[in-house]
Design a protein around this ligand. Sequence first.
Ligand code: ADP
Ligand code: MG
Ligand code: MG
Length: 341
Amino acid sequence: MAPNEYALLCLENPLLDIQAFGDQALLDKYGIKPNDAILAEEKHLGIYEDLLNNHEAKLIAGGGAQNTARGAQYILPPNSVVYLGGVGDDKYAAILHDAVKTAGLRVEYRVDKKEKTGRCGVVITGHDRSMVTDLGAANHYDLDHLKSPEVWKLVEEATHFFVGGYHLTVCPPAIQALAKEAAAKNKVFVFSLSAPFIPQFFKEPLDASAPYWDYVIGNETEALAYAESHGIETKDLKEIALALAKLPKNNTQRERVAVITQGTDPTIVAVGGKIEEFPVHAIDGNLINDTTGAGDAFAAGFTAGLVAGTSLKQAIDQGQWLAKLSIQELGPSFPFPKQTY
Ligand code: ADP
Ligand code: MG
Ligand code: MG
C-alpha cells in the first residue's frame, strides 16, 4: 500500500551545524565535555564565531528530527515527509532551505524576523563530539503556527508523527497537540529521547508526552539518563527498554515499542514484555567519515519503514542500513546518487 501524500509529519528544532575539529584546550575554553549535547549559556556564545574563524568550521544542515525527516524522505516516495520548526530570516535559514530542497523535504517553517536561525556548534575530538546549541528562532516555535489552517491541515492528513525530544525545551503544547491527534485517530506517534539532558532536566513535559509514545527511540546514554532520572534502579539496557515499553499508554490499540541503539552494539527492542536484539550493519572503520547523526539516520530508516508498513524487524534493519550510509558522509547526510535498501 502506497503511503498518503505527506504521511509523515516531523516536528523539532531546525539548526545549522557549525562543525569543526578541536582539542581538549578548545573544550576547556568553553567548559564543555567531549561527548555531550547542551544548550548554550552566555559563556558559550563565542564558540560559533570561534569555530568559523579559527577552526575551519563547516556549515551543515542539522537539527536532529530535521535530519530524520530528510532521511525518511530519502527512502520514501516523493512528497512523503513534511517538517515543522522555527527559523530566522537570514543566511543560515537560506542554507537550510537549500539542504531540504536537495533532499526533497517539504518544510513549513515558522519564520521569526527578530531572531537568528538556531546554531549547533559541534566540536569533534577523536571519536567524540560535543554539541552546544543556541536555539535562536527555533525556540520561538509556537502553537499558533501548528494550529494555523494550512499547517493543521497537514497534521490532519498525516498518518505518522515523529517528534524529537529536543522540542520539549521549546513548545510542549505543540507536542501534546500532535500526540493527542495521534491517539484520538489511532495514528502512529514516534518519539526520540534526543539527549541525556532531556530526561534529566525536562522530566515534566517528557512524562506528559510518554503516554502517547507508540515508539520511543533512544541511544544508550539517553536510556541510562532516563532510568536514573525516573527511579529505574538498573544500568541494564534491556531492563530499561522493558520499563519504557511498559509505561502507561493512552492509545491501547497499539502496543508500545521501545528501541535502544548503542553504536556498534546490537539494537535492543522491547515490546509486550519481550526483548529482541538486532545487529548493526558492520562497516570497515576506514569507511567511516563522521558518525554525527547516526541515531537520527537510524530513526529515519526505521520510521520510513513504519510509514511504508514493513515489519518491525525490517524497519529496524532499514534503520541500521541508513545509519551505515550516513556515517560514510560528512555530517548527517545521505549519499547521492541514491542507494536503495
Ligand atoms: P547516536 O548517534 O544517537 O549516538 P548510535 O551511536 O546508537 O546513535 O547509532 C545509531 C545507529 O547507527 C546504530 O544502531 C547503528 O545502526 C549505526 N551506527 C553507529 N555507529 C556505527 C558504526 N561504527 N558502524 C556501523 N553502524 C553504526
Ligand atoms: Mg552514539
Ligand atoms: Mg542521537
